[in-house]
Write a protein that binds this ligand. Sequence first.
Ligand SMILES: [Zn+2]
Ligand SMILES: [Zn+2]
Length: 88
Amino acid sequence: MPCDVIRTPGGATVFACSRGRRPPPCTVPGCDRPGVRQCDYPVPARRSGTCDRYLCAAHAVSRGPNRDLCPPHAKLEERQGKLPLGEP
Ligand SMILES: [Zn+2]
Ligand SMILES: [Zn+2]
């Protein structure tokens, strides 16, 4: 886990880890905004059961009140939703 070392004016050393208030960066290549959302697309292979990719507000695709998808999964879901299953 990446941690930042912050030295206070009083001489104390504080470790600020990414679990703290600073969100990890957006996972979209070339984007360095903070990943304030996570992809909620179901991925059974993952322990959490969802994709969990970090996304900034601009890259998260909203699919309802508490549901956000990463761009590839939003596209995938769009295709699955519009085409009958099994059709190319
Ligand atoms: Zn982004
Ligand atoms: Zn995803």
